[in-house]
Design a binder for this molecule. Structure first.
Ligand SMILES: [Zn+2]
Length: 86
């Protein structure tokens, strides 16, 4: 479980790097008056999707440091013990 989370974080980092590179390539192509960048755009959107999936996965598998139960997606307080999650 912990290993999976590490993989998800790494995948998120890699996907955001791929996203930046893909848009960089698109930018270079536009500057070069080449508007044939559909593949790069798909890669960029694909990597963004991977990034969000990883982000949600990491958030979903995060546990409350106080009671150890799974915490909600974007809540500031634990729904089980009511303590604030930093
Ligand atoms: Zn809790």
């Amino acid at each position: 479980m912990k290993k999976m989370k590490k993989i998800a974080i790494w995948l998120a980092v890699i996907s955001i790097i791929v996203f930046v590179i893909a848009w960089g390539v698109v930018g270079v192509k536009i500057l070069d008056n080449n508007y044939n960048y559909t593949t790069e755009a798909y890669i960029a959107y694909g990597s963004l999707a991977v990034f969000f999936v990883c982000l949600i996965y990491v958030r979903c598998t995060s546990r409350c440091p106080h009671c150890g139960k799974l915490r909600v997606l974007f809540g500031k307080y634990c729904p089980h013990c009511g303590k604030e999650i930093k």
